[in-house]
Design a protein around this ligand. Structure first.
Ligand code: F6R
Ligand code: MG
Ligand code: MG
Length: 366
C-alpha cells in the first residue's frame, strides 16, 4: 500500500513582525490536525514553524493533490489566521491569496511538496524548510545531493546509485516542464537550474522511476502579480539505500550559498542552516534560514523529528554565514546585495521616476 507525505505551508501571521511564530498558532494547528487524525483522514502529522511560516507535515492514503487533504490544510490556515487576528499578529492571513477554497491549495498562496511511495523496510526522510528566501533556493543543494560526486560519495562508490538520477525541472514563468538524466545531461541541466528565478527543480527520481525528492515551486509574486511575501519554500528528500545517505543529503548546507530574499524580499544573502530554536530570522529580517527535520516512517507514522542541523558539524557554516552576511550588508543599497531593479520585490522606482520626469536632460551631440 502506498503512503503519501504532504508538507503544506503558509505564513498566516508573524510574531514579532515577520521573525517567528506565536505558540497559539502551533496549538490551533495541532488541534485541527489531531481531529482530522481522529476522523481517519490522515495517518499522522507534525506541526512546526520556520520563521513566520506555519508548516503542516501530514501522512495519509489519499494521494497528492487530494481535495480533502488540501481543504484540511486551508481550513487550518484559516483557523490559525483567526487566532493571529485576535492577537493582532503581524501580517495575519498574509499568504492566503484566495477568498475561498476551490478544490486545491495550488495557486492559492500556500506552498506544497507532496510525494507518494511504497514505504521501504526503513524509510528515513529529511524535510527542509526555509524562511526569507524564494523557491529557487533548493536548486543548488538538489544538484549537489543527486548529481555532484564531490558531495555525494555514493554516486561513485554505491552500486545502487551509480546509474544516476532524473531531474524534473519546471519553467515557472513559461508554465512547462522538462526531464534531464544525470550524469549524462549534467551540463544541459545546469544551463537551466543555475537561473534560480525561473527554472526550478520540482522533483528528482531514481532511474527506476521511484520518487527521491520533491520541492515546493510556488512563487507568490507570480501568483499575486505583486509582492506579498517571499515563497519560503519546503523540500522533502528520501534517504539511504538507493538514495543518498542522510549525511550526503545534509552536506550541501555546509556551504551557505547566496539566495534571494532577506529584507523585503529584495536582497541577496547566505542561507544559514540552523536548529529549530534558531529559525527566528531577526537580523535585517534574516539572514535567510533553513531547518532540516528528520523522520523515520513506520506504517505512515512520523517517528521523530530529529533536528538535523542541531549539530556542531554545521557551526562553521553558521559562522561563515555571519561573515558573509556582514560583507553583503556592508554594500547597503548597492547591488549585488540589493537585487537588480527588475527582480526587486519592493520598489519606489515608478514614484521617483515620475517625480523627476521633467528634470532629465537628453545626452545629445551638439
Ligand atoms: C521578507 C519579509 C520582511 C518584510 C519587512 C517589511 O520576506 O517578510 O523582510 O518584507 O519586514 O514588512 P512590511 O512591508 O510588512 O512592513
Ligand atoms: Mg510574514
Ligand atoms: Mg516567511
Amino acid at each position: 500500500e502506498k503512503i503519501t507525505l504532504s508538507v503544506i505551508k503558509a505564513d498566516v501571521g508573524g510574531f514579532v513582525g515577520h521573525s517567528a511564530m506565536h505558540g497559539d498558532l502551533i496549538e490551533e494547528a495541532n488541534r485541527r490536525l489531531e481531529s482530522a487524525q481522529g476522523r481517519g483522514l490522515i495517518v499522522d502529522f507534525h506541526v512546526t514553524s520556520c520563521g513566520d511560516d506555519l508548516q503542516l507535515i501530514m501522512t495519509h492514503h489519499k494521494k497528492p493533490d487530494n481535495q480533502e487533504i488540501h481543504q484540511l490544510a486551508w481550513d487550518t490556515f484559516k483557523a490559525c489566521t483567526d487566532v493571529a487576528r485576535k492577537l493582532k499578529l503581524y501580517g495575519a492571513g498574509q499568504d492566503l491569496l484566495a477568498d475561498a477554497f476551490s478544490g486545491n491549495v495550488r495557486g492559492m498562496g500556500p506552498g506544497l511538496a507532496e510525494m507518494e511511495f511504497v514505504e521501504r523496510t526503513s524509510e528515513p526522510i529529511i524535510i527542509f524548510m526555509a524562511d526569507k528566501t524564494s523557491a529557487g533556493a533548493w536548486n543548488l543543494p538538489l544538484y549537489k545531493i543527486f548529481a555532484d560526486p564531490f558531495n555525494t560519495a555514493g554516486l561513485v562508490i554505491a552500486p545502487t546509485m551509480h546509474d544516476g538520477f532524473r531531474y524534473e525541472v519546471h519553467d515557472v514563468k513559461g508554465a512547462k516542464r522538462i526531464f534531464f538524466d544525470t550524469p549524462q545531461e549534467l551540463y544541459d541541466l545546469l544551463v537551466f537550474i543555475g537561473a534560480t528565478g525561473r527554472y526550478l527543480v520540482k522533483a528528482v527520481y531514481a532511474r527506476d522511476g521511484e520518487i527521491a525528492a520533491v520541492s515546493s515551486t510556488e512563487r507568490l509574486a507570480l501568483i499575486a502579480g505583486k509582492y506579498v511575501g517571499k515563497d519560503d519554500p519546503v523540500c522533502v528528500v528520501r534517504s539511504q539505500g538507493k538514495f543518498p545517505a542522510v549525511g550526503e543529503v545534509l552536506e550541501p548546507f555546509t556551504m551557505p550559498h547566496v539566495v534571494e530574499g532577506w529584507m523585503r524580499g529584495s536582497h541577496h544573502g547566505p542561507l544559514m542552516p540552523v536548529p529549530l530554536r534558531h529559525a527566528t530570522p531577526s537580523r535585517f529580517d534574516g539572514p535567510p534560514r533553513v531547518i532540516a527535520l528528520g523522520f523515520q516512517l513506520a506504517g505512515g507514522r512520523l517517528i521523530g523529528p530529529r533536528d538535523m542541523f542541531d549539530d556542531p558539524g554545521f557551526d562553521e557554516a553558521r559562522r561563515l554565514s555571519n561573515t558573509l552576511a556582514n560583507h553583503m550588508r556592508s554594500h547597503g543599497p548597492f547591488e549585488p546585495h540589493r537585487l537588480p531593479m527588475d527582480e526587486m520585490e519592493y520598489t519606489t522606482l515608478p514614484q521617483v521616476m515620475d517625480r523627476l520626469k521633467d528634470r532629465w536632460e537628453p545626452l545629445t551631440k551638439k
